[in-house]
Design a protein around this ligand. Structure first.
Ligand SMILES: [Zn+2]
Length: 107
């Protein structure tokens, strides 16, 4: 079972209390962008086996969106952080590097 802690209200709960929102830190492209950029924004996802950064919503709690860093293979959660950032916080990246030596931040 995936256990997440909402960084907005501090509640820790099972994944059924939250709602997944897909991959985090996507670069958005809108009107005026190239077709290839817009297509990649809409459809291309990393879907890794291992460390992944995701968007989650505390659906049965405060209702706010946040980001989570977790392992898709083991369900280990490295940390959660507010959705208003464009990259994971350094302390979470450092925690991932301790737990997954050799891991590199995806481009
Ligand atoms: Zn919450």
């Amino acid at each position: 079972m995936l256990i997440l802690t909402c960084p907005c209200c501090g509640v820790t709960g099972e994944e059924t209390e939250f709602h997944p929102g897909g991959e985090a830190h996507l670069k958005r492209f809108g009107p005026g962008s190239e077709d290839g950029e817009f297509t990649a924004y809409l459809f291309d996802r990393k879907n890794p086996k291992g460390v992944h950064f995701e968007r989650w919503r505390h659906a049965f709690g405060c209702g706010k969106w946040f980001h989570a860093a977790r392992c898709t293979a083991t369900l280990e959660v490295f940390g959660t952080y507010p959705a208003q950032v464009s990259a994971p916080p350094e302390e979470i990246v450092a925690r991932i590097r301790v737990r997954r030596p050799g891991w590199e931040m995806p481009a």
